[in-house]
Design a binder for this molecule. Structure first.
Ligand SMILES: *[C@@H]1O[C@H](CO)[C@@H](O)[C@H](O)[C@H]1NC(C)=O
Ligand SMILES: *[C@@H]1O[C@H](CO)[C@@H](O)[C@H](O)[C@H]1NC(C)=O
Ligand SMILES: *[C@@H]1O[C@H](CO)[C@@H](O)[C@H](O)[C@H]1NC(C)=O
Ligand SMILES: *[C@@H]1O[C@H](CO)[C@@H](O)[C@H](O)[C@H]1NC(C)=O
Ligand SMILES: *[C@@H]1O[C@H](CO)[C@@H](O)[C@H](O)[C@H]1NC(C)=O
Length: 447
């Protein structure tokens, strides 16, 4: 053998190779024979399992990189009184365990393994806002591939604190935060990262939330500020989850009935003021509205003052005001028809100015000049209509002068006319106020 190696040379080569190969690869590479015959040989993994109490790194000065992602699979409850959001997440954590690896070429059939999670080290990632003890189901497993990359998924029911603002109540959006951080490891020992983009998390979550519940996922954004506690710096990833309430239930059950009642209340102004029915009708409406409010109280948030409560209070006060107006007009009409009080001169001239001159009688104020304190002749603005009417009803004037009964009838007429004008005016004011308040509330809701 010309080119054959001397025996001593072969031994030397073997020694060199075996000295070169060790290090990371050989020391912790699991023998492939352990997988073939009877499944996995526990002895092959014993070295790894024995180390589960410690952070798996070759050099303790190096931090462990942990990649985090999650899928939001349900929004279960939003409690405005306790300011809590209850949701359900699938939390995925990935990290490298350098003590597990095998040669993929030798063991072709085996790309990855599942390992019982209680046998390996797990990073202590938790959600800072969570107000509940972590109740992961027992017996979860972790995936590990041939390079020692661990993948651990677990379901978490998170009851997290969230600053809920219910001012815009049925049309509100909330922005809740999930901050993932390590309990114990500072930035020297653990760094957090993401292997997925946030939009991927948002998309999978949106596809997964199948429930047509009250809340709809709008979007997820993230921020990665470090958390400083004393002199320790912790790595953390914050996810802002924006959710929006589906308002249809509240629009149908709260806003539509309330709107109908208010519309009926406004239309009831068209009931003639003289009829006995208007006030009882309005009282019935008011009672109905109160019953409606009592029944719908359960649907409203238990705490805070949402805009919708202000809106309901506004509707209620509008109804009360319209009832007061009806009482006032009824009183005025009653007074006018039974014992009309003397009419102040300015009111009389105003009525003369506004109303059709032919229906007014200028003689009445002239007749009761002392009592009414009326001097239309000295008022430049009133002079013309008075003169006009005086010319038109000239012949009647003499007749009326001698008949106090007719003057009284005319006074009653004027008062009734005044009451109707007041009714119309107050109705217009009512409509104006109602329109402005409704428009204001709608504008506030839209912003
Ligand atoms: C690896 O497996 C082979 C058999 O395929 C065996 O001869 C060898 O001793 C094993 N080595 C270790 C370190 O278990
Ligand atoms: C561990 O890592 C640190 C910094 O990366 C280095 O200074 C130190 O020498 C390493 N220790 C060993 C035993 O490799
Ligand atoms: C595990 O390996 C199988 C193929 O053997 C592959 O389909 C699967 O995606 C792998 N799982 C993980 C978590 O890597
Ligand atoms: C974490 O994700 C980054 C990509 O964002 C990737 O380069 C890295 O290998 C991942 N690390 C682990 C432990 O999964
Ligand atoms: C949620 O709040 C955070 C911080 O307050 C902000 O950066 C983020 O843009 C908000 N998200 C939405 C959808 O408003």
């Amino acid at each position: 053998m010309k080119g054959g190696w001397p025996v001593g040379g072969r031994v030397l080569l073997c020694l060199t190779v075996s000295l070169l190969l060790p290090g990371r690869g050989d020391t912790f590479t699991i023998n492939c024979s352990g997988f073939d015959q009877y499944g996995v040989d526990p002895a092959a993994f014993q070295a790894v399992f024995d180390r589960k109490a410690f952070r798996p790194v070759l050099n303790y000065s190096n931090p462990t990189h942990v990649n985090i992602s999650f899928t939001l699979s349900a929004i279960l409850e939003v409690n405005a009184q306790l300011q809590l959001l209850t949701s359900f997440l699938w939390m995925n954590v990935m990290w490298d365990n350098p003590f597990i690896s095998w040669n993929l070429e030798e063991c072709v059939s085996l790309k990855n393994l599942t390992v019982s999670a209680e046998n390996v080290w797990l990073p202590d990632i938790f959600i800072v806002e969570s107000m509940d003890v972590d109740r992961a189901p027992p017996g979860l497993t972790a995936f590990v591939n041939s390079e020692g990359r661990m993948k651990y998924d677990r379901p978490v029911r998170v009851t997290s604190i969230c600053n809920l603002d219910i001012f815009y109540f049925p049309f509100d959006q909330q922005n809740c935060t999930f901050t993932f951080s390590s309990f114990l490891y500072t930035v020297d020992s653990m760094l957090l990262g993401m292997d997925k983009e946030v939009w991927e998390i948002t998309d999978t979550s949106r596809n997964l939330i199948q429930t047509q519940g009250e809340w709809e996922l709008l979007g997820i954004t993230k921020a990665t500020p470090k958390m400083l506690v004393g002199s320790n710096v912790y790595d953390q990833i914050m996810f802002y989850v924006a959710i929006r309430r589906r308002p249809s239930l509240y629009v149908i059950n709260l806003l539509v009935p309330s709107g109908f009642l208010i519309a009926i209340d406004a239309l009831s102004f068209y009931l003639p003021a003289e009829s006995e029915n208007r006030a009882p009708f309005k009282i019935t409406l008011l009672l109905g509205y109160n019953v409606f409010l009592l029944m719908m109280n359960d649907l409203l948030p238990a705490s805070g003052t949402p805009l919708i409560s202000v809106y309901f209070a506004l509707c209620l006060s509008l109804m009360v005001v319209s009832l007061l107006e009806t009482i006032f007009i009824t009183y005025l009409l009653h007074l006018a028809t039974t014992q009309p009080p003397p009419m102040p001169w300015w009111l009389h001239s105003l009525l003369l100015y506004w109303a059709n001159p032919r229906t007014c009688c200028p003689t009445a104020p002239q007749k009761g000049n002392k009592g009414l304190n009326l001097h239309p002749a000295h008022l430049p603005g009133v002079k013309e209509p008075v003169e006009l009417v005086g010319k038109v009803s000239g012949p009647r004037e003499a007749e009326l002068n001698g008949c106090p009964e007719s003057t009284r009838a005319q006074l009653v007429d004027l008062w009734v006319q005044f009451s109707h004008m007041m009714d119309t005016l107050l109705f217009c004011l009512y409509l104006l106020f109602m329109a402005t308040s409704v428009v204001t509330v709608i504008i506030l809701w839209n912003t």
